[in-house]
Design a protein around this ligand. Structure first.
Ligand code: ADP
Ligand code: ZN
Length: 452
């Protein structure tokens, strides 16, 4: 699309469109398409999925009752326990001979749940992630090092299908084996890297330790998501790898990564609205919230055939905007999720999100972007420790200096969290590096009753 404003990466490569006619539809066209597909989704699940038939009947709603997008509030919600209760096959809307594959969650929050795909579902998946690669400026024929885990986790296959759809050359690295990752990056010179932001930071650190400058790496752009990360962390990834780092969001229940993807304007992730209908609700009252307000993100799959989901509550907290983006796309954008409502720690009654801790830590020079929050209960009292890894220069200082440093970090955390967090300084390279999603929180209180 020649009329599209060009946003460039620092080395001058612009973003592009995989399907410009879809990605730049007017909001009115999007809403019309969404209404038609919402009705179709209801028609797919109501006769075929006993769980939905029961839920619809309980609420006295039929697919034909959906006359406008606002009517979505008549439909039932779906929550993670529903998927577990119907594990492994009872949420499928099609017989096995039409299912091509299943994937599973990483199980960050309990028992795994599966998701099924038809052949067509897989093609749509590639469309969603392929759009993300195109908007990041990756071009057919260019090389993507895909360092998301391959296997049950949706990250690896999701980006792979997108690269295939766009016509890129994929290096299917998967996660881990960092030496080999670095070797491939130096030998094959990929322009794009896909992996979790925490693993991108780890790769940057290994390059730095080996004396490889960011300018010696061929990367131009990174597609990093699957876990919350701050803009400060983005700056560190960009500096460390010499790339433009973009966000990508998804969840297994919706089919994996590519539900929304960030463009070079970096103003939020474009929801692939022809595939997913996004709502923001108040997690307490369950009522819809207007654009711009922070609330819980809820998705309905509009096209998925094998396992369509209606109003799935993600527990992720963010807001939506529908203003046309500088990149020319019209799809609504979601802000970076600040965490999941079920990731939220309640410490002595105060709500704490790991992302708040990270935002403080990454602004303090001398601290490495590796940390862990350890919560325990002593008697009736919650205690929160933040383990912070310091750089070599800080660690070489005297005990007195270290103590002053520790107090300063503690005070900064207090300023933001309003509760005391005991900061423990850790030696360089002692906090475990992640190859996939980082484990930021160790909550030892789980299963403990107050005072036990
Ligand atoms: P689980 O981690 O529950 O096993 P998934 O692997 O499907 O399941 O993870 C999906 C979750 O990961 C999302 O609901 C969200 O909390 C988180 N997530 C995914 N992408 C992002 C992102 N770009 N930013 C923040 N959080 C993300
Ligand atoms: Zn955009």
């Amino acid at each position: 699309m020649s009329a599209t404003p060009q946003i460039l990466t620092p080395d001058g490569a612009g973003g592009s469109f995989l399907q410009p006619e879809l990605e730049t539809m007017s909001q009115a066209e999007i809403r019309e398409l969404q209404l038609q597909r919402l009705v179709e989704a209801c028609e797919r699940v109501y006769p075929k999925v006993p769980f939905y038939r029961r839920k619809f009947d309980e609420l006295g709603v039929k697919p034909s009752d959906i006359q406008s997008l606002e009517d979505i509030v008549k439909l039932p919600f779906t929550v993670k326990p529903d998927l577990r209760d119907n594990y492994p096959f009872d949420m499928f809307a099609l017989p096995m001979d039409q299912i091509e594959r299943v994937q599973s969650t990483s199980g960050t929050t309990g028992a795994p749940t599966t998701v099924a795909y038809t052949h067509q579902d897989v093609q749509y998946w590639g469309e969603c992630t392929g759009r993300g690669l195109a908007m990041a400026g990756v071009k057919p024929g260019e090389i993507l090092q895909n360092s998301y885990g391959y296997g049950l986790f949706t990250g690896g296959p999701g980006l792979d299908y997108g690269a295939v759809r766009l016509g890129c050359v994929v290096i299917p690295m998967s996660g881990g084996n960092t030496d080999r990752q670095i070797r491939m990056m130096q030998d094959l010179k990929p322009v794009a890297l896909s992996c979790t932001p925490s693993y991108a930071l780890h790769l940057a650190e290994v390059f730095r330790d080996r004396g490889v400058a960011p300018s010696d790496i061929s990367l131009r752009v990174g597609i990093h998501g699957a876990e919350p990360w701050s803009n400060e962390m983005r700056a560190q990834v960009e500096a460390g790898l010499g790339e433009t780092a973009l966000d990508i969001y998804g969840l297994t229940e919706m089919g994996g990564p590519g539900v929304s993807v960030e463009c070079l304007a970096k103003g939020g992730m474009h929801v692939n609205e022809d595939h997913y209908l996004a709502e923001i609700i108040d997690p307490e009252t369950l009522q819809p919230l207007p654009d711009g307000q922070l609330g819980e993100l809820v998705f309905t799959t509009l096209r998925r055939q094998a396992q369509p989901l209606i109003r799935y509550r993600t527990r992720d907290l963010c807001s939506l905007t529908r203003e046309t983006c500088a990149c020319g796309r019209t799809f609504a954008r979601m802000s970076k999720p600040i965490g999941r409502s079920d990731d939220m720690l309640i410490i002595r009654g105060v709500n704490v999100f790991p992302s708040q801790v990270e935002e403080v830590l990454v602004t303090i020079p001398g601290i490495e972007p590796h940390y862990q929050i350890v919560v325990d209960r002593v008697g009736y009292l919650d205690v929160m420790e933040v383990w912070v890894e310091v750089g070599e220069s800080i660690f070489a200082e005297t005990m007195g200096d270290l103590e002053r440093f520790q107090k300063m970090v503690q005070a900064k955390l207090y300023g933001v969290l309003n509760i005391k967090a005991v900061v423990k300084l850790k030696e360089p390279k002692t906090i475990t590096r992640s190859e996939g999603k980082a484990v930021r929180v160790v909550d030892k209180r789980k299963g403990m009753l107050p005072g036990s």
